[in-house]
Design a protein around this ligand. Sequence first.
Ligand code: F6P
Length: 363
Amino acid sequence: MGKPKKIVINTGGGDAPGLNAVIRGVVLAAHEKGWETWGCKYGYRGLHNTEFLVKLTPEMVWHITDMGGTILGTANRGNPFEYPVKQPDGSVKVIDASDEIVVNFKKLGFDALIAIGGDGSLRLAQKLLKKGIPVIGVPKTIDNDLSATVMTFGFDTAVSTATDAIDKLHTTARSHERVMVVEVMGRYAGWIALNAGVSGSADVILLPEIPFDIEKVCAKIRGLEKQGQTYAIVVVAEGAKPLGGEMATLGPKDIDREVRLGGIAQRIATAIEQKTGKETRVMVLGHLQRGGAPTTFDRLLSLRFGSAAVRFLEEGKSGVMVALAPPTVKAVPIEEAIGKMKAVPLDCDTILTARSLGICLGD
Ligand code: F6P
């Protein structure tokens, strides 16, 4: 057995159900080996300002498997290479704090960083790896759009939340003979819309991967009416766009962040009302999909990811991400995961299933 390690863990980017279960998996697996685990709060803030570093003991993670959010907090604006520092006059100056972070990491005697995050956070982890910090990545995002892993944690919970919402909307849509347009998350990939839409018996599902023709959507609704179904459920991913059109965004893009998406459901609802004369309502699920207790599947996946991260460290691995490859969890180079976005393949079985159930995909 090698010398006990001192590791540090952080959570970056948008939160996802299961973050706490990963933390628990790491802390307990490390403790079993006699290692120390520290938490770096709010992304990389703890490695910049050590007041935000906290030692994580087994007692601190006893009851967190079923807790949403992250006990470490997270940051969308925590890029150490473009780090925002508040100035005495209240203004914010963006600096490259990466060298400082590497120095602190070494000075504090850490052996490795476990970075839990999506594409953006893993890209940062990869840059820190190049600067000499040994890193293991853990793939998180409710969007499930990371390559190299069959699934990210958080996705199953988000699908479950969205399906539950769609189920509830069926009854009110039917009572009022309305069309309900439900907007779910899914920036560049429509995994949530597809899985929740099929499971929740949607009539129309619109994904970023298939630019939609509003005439096809309206034809589907009219067709349902002819068959005696006087209501309809349309599920749309926030990143879906019309044929020849653009994604619906909320305001201009900030320099260090992705543009905020939103509004596509309202645009579709307005068009449906105009073209079919059907009363139409909109429901935007938004951040509800990121909250709450993780499903059993996500809890288990997160605990498996956390303990695998520690196992890989013990095996001397670095620069890898834990990845689900049923029936196992394997190590893949972080580079492989961040190189390519995992869109819904148009010939995948769930798409074929949707089509054979008569669901309109807008094409
Ligand atoms: O985690 C990805 C995601 O959920 C996207 O689907 C969505 O566009 C984005 O996060 C929202 O992020 P924020 O919380 O920063 O608004």
